[in-house]
Design a protein around this ligand. Structure first.
Ligand SMILES: Nc1ncnc2c1ncn2[C@@H]1O[C@H](COP(=O)(O)OP(=O)(O)OP(=O)(O)O)[C@@H](O)[C@H]1O
Length: 264
């Protein structure tokens, strides 16, 4: 999904991407019910303004559904209210990177990155798209079509397309899952830098990723599922993957995830 970004508010403090102040997001009374199965019910979630919240939990618990609810996508069985803490509408202020990359097969990489602008009828900025592609290690891929890309390259194009939107609220569903370990580590850092100051919800199955990137870490688990917070280590993000504090936090997070599996 690609959504439009209105002009910056006059006088608003700007996050690193220089567009708009990022609001907090409040999800209230969220539920996901299919037939007799209640995945979650009356769930509340707050995303702090300008911070990254990482969401973990067992497969099938409802993480992507929660993301879709915030994005305003309609899904049978999914309900709840979502609002911004600045009182303004969320529409046009969210960028979503879904699990599927949704690249257009007939458009070159650079045009896929600028797809949102094109769909809105906005002037596209090829230089900015190329800069993002370079940052994500795709400097030689801009003229290729998606059929010529590996799975990891496709995922990086989808990431570039999400970052190109410069939206103040960014929702990402396992954005680095198809990448090799070294590339993943590098792009986690790049992404954190580009998204500094944005309100981000990042779904991941990787505890270390959550610990590197999350100002807050939440685990969704149980049936019906509930949210539990796990303390991140105190350093600023992106955290050093090799730090002792991160290793200590990882032990606690793995224990929480083990308990979550048992509850689900
Ligand atoms: N149309 C449907 N009918 C019945 N159940 C559905 C339907 N669509 C989704 N579900 C169920 O909703 C649950 C939540 O799915 P969701 O994709 O949100 O989970 P998730 O936590 O993101 O999973 P994963 O980590 O594997 O991506 C799953 O158990 C899934 O089987």
């Amino acid at each position: 999904m690609v959504v439009s970004v209105p002009p910056a508010d006059a006088g608003a403090s700007s996050p690193a991407h220089g567009i708009q102040a990022a609001p907090g997001v409040a999800v209230r009374c969220a539920s996901l019910v299919y037939g007799a199965t209640c995945h979650f019910d009356r769930l509340d979630l707050d995303l702090a303004p300008g911070e990254t919240t990482c969401l973990l939990g067992p497969s099938g618990v409802g993480k992507s559904s929660l993301l879709r609810l915030i994005a305003g996508l309609v899904q049978p069985g999914l309900a709840g209210t979502v609002g911004a803490d600045d009182g303004r509408a969320l529409a046009g202020r969210i960028a979503l990177m879904a699990q599927q990359d949704h690249l257009l097969p007939w458009a070159r990489v650079v045009d896929n990155v600028m797809l949102g602008a094109r769909l809105r009828g906005d002037a596209a900025d090829p230089e900015r798209a190329r800069r993002l592609l370079r940052q994500l290690g795709l400097e030689n891929a801009e003229a290729l079509y998606p059929r010529a890309l590996s799975g990891g390259m496709r995922q990086r194009v989808a990431l570039a397309r999400t970052l190109y939107e410069a939206a103040p609220i960014v929702l990402m569903d396992e954005p680095f899952s198809a990448l090799d370990a070294v590339t993943r580590h590098r792009l986690q850092g790049e992404t954190a830098r580009v998204l500094a100051g944005c309100t981000v919800l990042l779904v991941t199955h990787d505890p270390q990723e959550a610990l590197r990137l999350g100002h807050r870490i939440l685990v969704l688990a149980g049936r019906p599922a509930t949210l539990r917070a796990v303390a991140p280590s105190p350093e600023p993000v992106p955290r050093d993957a090799g730090s002792a504090a991160l290793a200590a936090a990882q032990g606690m997070l793995l224990t929480a995830l083990g308990a979550a599996e048992e509850r689900s």
